[in-house]
Design a protein around this ligand. Structure first.
Ligand SMILES: *[C@@H]1O[C@H](CO)[C@@H](O)[C@H](O)[C@H]1NC(C)=O
Ligand SMILES: *[C@@H]1O[C@H](CO)[C@@H](O)[C@H](O)[C@H]1NC(C)=O
Ligand SMILES: *[C@@H]1O[C@H](CO)[C@@H](O)[C@H](O)[C@H]1NC(C)=O
Ligand SMILES: *[C@@H]1O[C@H](CO)[C@@H](O)[C@H](O)[C@H]1NC(C)=O
Ligand SMILES: *[C@@H]1O[C@H](CO)[C@@H](O)[C@H](O)[C@H]1NC(C)=O
Ligand SMILES: *[C@@H]1O[C@H](CO)[C@@H](O)[C@H](O)[C@H]1NC(C)=O
Ligand SMILES: *[C@@H]1O[C@H](CO)[C@@H](O)[C@H](O)[C@H]1NC(C)=O
Length: 532
């Protein structure tokens, strides 16, 4: 894409009221919110917020609107909020209250627990005033019940003929996955018959109206693979906005099948999530081959990797910190989700080191963190700033990454003028082997590590040495001529130049100091030479 086109699409995206396309979303960075758990309105009284008991905690749309600075200050350019439609309103179910928003009753109504139509419009307006996008989660596949014989008059589709008859899902049978009822006998999720032409037509009208009424810019589609694939193109066309589907599956081929003109614009990148866990979690298999394998397969199989949703956490999987205790593992894996291809999606609370395991423990109220400016928050801010800067000034959003080298403890990849060097050694030191690869830059090029604010000069034969003297921190290099990003000082001046090309410079950022501040007792000296 030419710079003028980049400029044009940015202008278009900042002035758009709704109907943002995949091209526009590709440039964005998403912060995912559980509406009930993100923020309380000032002065709100919290009666009960017991995570293990799946109670309401009291968050709503107004509270999100009043706390958008926290998200925007970290450089995010979109929010994804919980489903906005009416949920089950009966007595507490076997699995608690529908605080998460996924237990749809009448989808033609809003969820009054989260606010009024005016409140949702006010949130949408404020998001747009800030130049950000609004993504809304939608549940199309099913409604919720507390019985296998629901009273259908409570739903938008008011007759049994609009639903598939009850059967328990057999996950080895695709038809069963798409027609039987998710959930269990205590909380069954009656499966809407999306083959029915009245259902198709009513859902089309409903989504078109919802998107227009609240100026929604994009949809996250719950349980997308539980609806037959050929339902989606017409639905997405009626929505008229970017659609990102949930296809909960670690296998690239299975997930890739749901992206494209015969399905959806985008899917959440579960295969990448699994590969990053395998490669970076500590303790873990430290299996860098799993990431290399993912990269190879994804290049061949996905229709467009640049619009996939890259995440490390969400409401359905354990917090990263529950699975991996070393903070360097998070910093390195997070850097991959921002600087490789795809749209970064950060689940609220990742930046606060929340550590609950799977549902319901991974849905902590964010206010318990005091919205602290943590090291992870600062790292995301830096990564968002660099990513948006590259997208603003080059065709970076559509460029594909290229692996320069990898070994069992690290990977170096280039995307445009950004080279990321990531490692899974974690905080303690380990002996590592060197790897060699072709440099994208000529000898003498001065590069800046935008995380550590250190300078690296490319030596003869393209050699650059990255020393892990304080543990396995991610290193992200850009040529120092790429000025104006505001990272490490706008002009990049004032940094020392190494007298010996290839040596790092002692000066470093406060962020780097914070990143290596844990756990000091485990730190040993280590040096890893990355040849390029
Ligand atoms: C798959 O599931 C469908 C729907 O429940 C069922 O009709 C069909 O018999 C199943 N096929 C097999 C091979 O079990
Ligand atoms: C590492 O990942 C590769 C590629 O996915 C896989 O074949 C291999 O079995 C994995 N090794 C371990 C130890 O998990
Ligand atoms: C994982 O989550 C569970 C439940 O929230 C908790 O008991 C456990 O301590 C967590 N583990 C870690 C390593 O944080
Ligand atoms: C948040 O602030 C409260 C009140 O000052 C304090 O008791 C609590 O420890 C703080 N929590 C965190 C995670 O900073
Ligand atoms: C977080 O702290 C860093 C380092 O002190 C600072 O540069 C940044 O502005 C802070 N961010 C916010 C939102 O306060
Ligand atoms: C990217 O461009 C937008 C729109 O011109 C601008 O508001 C934003 O500050 C730029 N961000 C960076 C990091 O360059
Ligand atoms: C690294 O390797 C050297 C030589 O094999 C050995 O002497 C040293 O103890 C090793 N250090 C660590 C931290 O494993």
């Amino acid at each position: 894409m030419l710079p003028s086109l980049v400029f044009f699409s940015l202008l278009a995206s900042f002035s758009a009221v709704f109907a943002a396309t995949a091209e526009q979303w590709r440039t964005r960075s998403i912060y995912q919110i559980i509406t009930d758990r993100y923020a309380l309105e000032p002065g709100a009284v919290v009666n009960e917020c017991v995570i293990s008991q799946q109670t309401w905690c009291g968050g709503n749309w107004n509270a999100i609107r009043k706390r958008l600075d926290y998200i925007q200050d970290a450089g995010f350019t979109a929010i994804w909020i919980s489903p906005v439609n009416q949920n089950y309103q009966g007595p507490r179910s076997a699995y608690g209250d529908p605080y998460h928003g996924y237990w749809i009753a009448d989808i033609s109504q809003l969820n009054e627990k989260f606010g009024t139509a005016e409140d949702l419009k006010a949130l949408s307006d404020e998001v747009h005033r800030r130049g950000m996008y609004l993504m809304v989660d939608v549940v199309i596949n099913n409604v919720m019940s507390t019985s296998l014989t629901p009273d259908y008059s409570k739903y938008m589709f008011k007759d049994a003929k609009y639903y598939h008859p009850y059967c328990a899902v057999d996950f080895s049978n695709t038809t069963s996955e798409q027609q039987c009822w998710l959930g269990d006998k205590q909380v069954p999720l009656p499966d809407v018959n999306t083959e029915n032409s009245e259902v198709k037509s009513k859902y089309s009208d409903w989504i078109s109206d919802l998107v227009k009424t609240y100026s929604i810019d994009g949809l996250r589609i719950d349980a997308a693979k539980h609806v037959r694939k050929d339902f989606w193109p017409a639905f997405a066309k009626s929505a008229g906005v970017f659609c990102m589907g949930e296809v909960f599956d670690p296998v690239v081929a299975n997930v890739a099948d749901w992206q494209g003109p015969d399905a959806l614009d985008s899917v959440l990148n579960y295969p990448l999530y699994n590969a990053l866990l395998a490669a970076f979690a500590l303790p873990g298999p430290q299996n860098m081959s799993a990431l290399m394998d993912y990269i190879e397969q994804s290049k061949k199989t996905f229709k467009d990797t640049t619009v996939l949703g890259n995440f490390l956490e969400n409401q359905d999987v354990a917090r990263w910190h529950n699975l991996s205790v070393d903070p360097q593992s998070l910093y390195n894996a997070m850097t991959y989700t921002f600087l490789s291809d795809g749209v970064p999606v950060v689940y609220y609370g990742l930046e606060q080191g929340f550590s609950g395991n799977a549902d319901p423990y991974n849905r902590e109220p964010l206010w318990s963190s005091n919205y602290t400016n943590t090291t992870s928050y600062q790292l995301m801010t830096t990564l968002n700033k660099l990513r948006t800067f590259m997208i603003n000034t080059t065709d970076w959003a559509t460029q594909k990454p290229n692996v320069l080298a990898s070994n069992k403890n690290g990977i170096a990849f280039q995307k445009g003028e950004v080279v990321s060097i990531l490692t899974n050694i974690g905080s303690p030191a380990q002996n590592l082997t060197n790897i060699a690869f072709q440099s994208p830059w000529p000898q003498g090029t001065v590069t800046i590590d935008v995380i550590g604010c250190r300078q690296f000069v490319v030596a003869s034969a393209g050699y650059v040495e990255v020393e892990y003297t304080k543990g396995g921190v991610p290193v992200v290099l850009i040529p120092s001529t790429l000025q104006g990003s505001g990272l490490c000082g706008t002009t990049m001046e004032g940094l020392h130049t190494g007298t010996v090309p290839g040596q790092t410079v002692a000066q470093s950022s406060a962020l780097l100091s914070a990143m290596v501040a844990w756990p000091l007792s485990l730190l040993l000296m280590v040096s890893l030479g990355w040849r390029w």
